[in-house]
Design a protein. Structure first.
Length: 144
């Protein structure tokens, strides 16, 4: 059942024009494509935005934190200079000044006769169990 066309309408209408009450398939397809494009471009933008942080993740903790803060500043202020600085900082390997200075300080303490402080990483792990019963005794014997 086709309705008669309006007298001023052309006799041949393009295929993307739908009749009254029909579903506009082209609009639905374009809407899905638009949503997919927005999500894809947003994902690409965020992936590119975290590039300096992923590069600095292999470096020292302080350098990684500075690059991460610069990345957040770039994200929230829309100032791309912070992102570029973070990218350059992630590319540069900063020298380790802490280890030689700690060794020098330890040597000076040793020359001065000051007893060295125990390293917390080398402390034995002593756990105290306050549980009672046969299961707790067997657990302590197993760890001993």
């Amino acid at each position: 059942m086709s309705e008669p066309l309006h007298p001023s309408a052309p006799h041949h209408l393009p295929g993307f024009i739908t009749g009254p009450g029909d579903t506009d398939v082209l609009m639905i397809v374009v809407g899905i494509l638009l949503i997919g494009a927005v999500l894809g471009v947003g994902n690409l933008y965020l992936h590119l935005h975290t590039l300096p942080e992923r590069m600095a993740h292999k470096s020292q903790k302080l350098q990684f934190e500075i690059v991460a803060v610069l990345g957040l500043l770039a994200l929230f202020t829309h100032n791309h200079l912070f992102w570029v600085i973070g990218l350059f900082l992630a590319m540069v390997d900063l020298p380790d000044f802490g280890t030689p200075l700690r060794r020098i300080a330890g040597s000076v303490e040793k020359m001065a006769g000051v007893p060295p402080e125990p390293d917390p990483a080398e402390m034995p792990n002593e756990t105290v169990t306050h549980a009672t019963g046969d299961a707790a005794k067997s657990e302590v014997q197993r760890h001993a």
